[in-house]
Ligand binder design. Structure first.
Ligand code: PMV
Length: 360
């Protein structure tokens, strides 16, 4: 694997102090990434919808150190509150990316971050958070090296984001992003996410994702622990083959606009992700009784009305309800009347397909 394109060999400009701000969204996988090799290389390709309203806004304030030492010097604030407990994760991220952005130790950083969704919503902020931070770091690189093209900027930002949190590399662009090498997706690779390069049917252009917050607590299983459960998992290789196959299938579904096939594939992916956790050692059940209540209600409503509403899940109990905008009125009424009662404190988030990160 040739990583040399991401090395910053020399930078001609001088930079003292300033700040950069990026807003970066979350994403929801249709074909899931679950299982990784060393250096955050995915065991299988994945594809996601980029979201719109669930995002992280990060301001990176930098000032040049008088003398360069051997430390990463930074403070992290969430909603203006100093967060020493975020330090280890960001220190690990900086260590992983240092060889590609060798200027990190030359600056003192203040990282000010906030999410548009509540921190304790059970919605992972790592995809939006790590992609926003990676973009801020790339904006510094761009100032040091003005030769960097837009295309290389975004690829390298995705490459860095991946080293923070795998799925973060799918959050920079929209509206569909593929990460992980797949023979039928041109340009796809394990190092960074790429915008889905083929024709997509109109019906998928304005999909909604209503996120039902069934459990707003901390994740029961961290994604690091979760991915590791795939090592030596009895069904691992079948699962990775299935994901490869599902990417091939979703390619033709995205082109044809066949919603029945889309819903079957997406729901099967969600349940397979959870099945992997139930059949690993140790084993976990990440759904809650209300997750199942919601799933059954969706199936019942779909059968009765024929409306194209389906669900997907992350590695937790919350349910993402997916449906085309064309059917929004009826489906949103159903969600409010029949599903919101299963949410913790009645909380849910209305999101939809988005088009990626923005510099502010
Ligand atoms: O990016 P990570 O390491 O937090 O893994 C996320 C994995 C899932 O969200 C469960 C699936 C996916 O592809 O996003």
């Amino acid at each position: 694997m040739d990583l040399s394109r991401f090395l910053l060999k020399n930078y001609q400009n001088k930079l003292n102090n300033g700040s950069v701000t990026w807003s970066s969204p979350s994403n929801i996988a249709l074909v899931k990434y679950w299982g990784k090799k060393e250096h955050q290389i995915p065991e299988n390709p994945s594809i996601s919808f980029t979201l719109d309203s669930c995002k992280t806004i990060t301001k990176l304030i930098y000032s040049k150190k008088n003398e360069v030492d051997n430390n990463f010097d930074f403070e992290v604030y969430l909603d203006e509150e100093l967060k020493p407990d975020f330090h280890p994760k960001i220190e690990t991220f900086f260590k992983r990316i240092e060889s590609y952005v060798p200027f990190l130790k030359e600056f003192k950083f203040t990282i000010k971050t906030k999410n548009t969704f509540p921190h304790s919503s059970g919605i992972a902020s790592s995809a939006s958070g790590m992609s926003a931070l990676a973009l801020c770091i790339m904006s510094i690189e761009k100032q040091l090296n003005s030769n960097l093209s837009e295309e290389e900027f975004i690829k390298k930002a995705s490459f860095l984001a991946r080293l923070g949190s795998g799925s973060a590399c799918r959050s920079l662009e929209g509206d569909l992003v593929v990460w992980g090498k797949h023979p039928n997706i041109e340009g796809s690779n394990d190092l960074f996410g790429v915008k889905y390069p083929y024709k997509v049917h109109e019906i998928f252009k304005d999909y909604n994702d209503t996120i039902l917050l069934v459990d707003k607590g901390e994740k029961q299983v961290s994604s690091t622990v979760g991915h590791n459960l795939m090592h030596g998992h009895p069904f691992a290789s079948q699962r990775f083959d299935q994901a490869i196959d599902n990417i091939t299938k979703i390619k033709s579904i995205l082109e044809s606009g066949d919603l029945d096939q889309f819903m079957a594939l997406v729901e099967s992916e969600a349940l397979t992700l959870h099945a992997m956790m139930m059949t690993s050692m140790p084993y976990f059940i990440l759904m809650k009784p209300n997750t199942l209540e919601i799933i059954n209600k969706i199936w019942q409503f779909r059968q009765e009305t024929g409306l194209p509403v389906c669900f997907t899940l992350d590695a937790g109990a919350n349910v993402h309800v997916l449906y085309p905008n064309k059917y929004k009125d009826k489906i949103y009424e159903f969600i409010k009347a029949q599903l919101v009662a299963y949410c913790q404190n009645g909380h849910y988030i209305c999101d939809k397909i988005g088009f990626g990160a923005k510099q502010l």
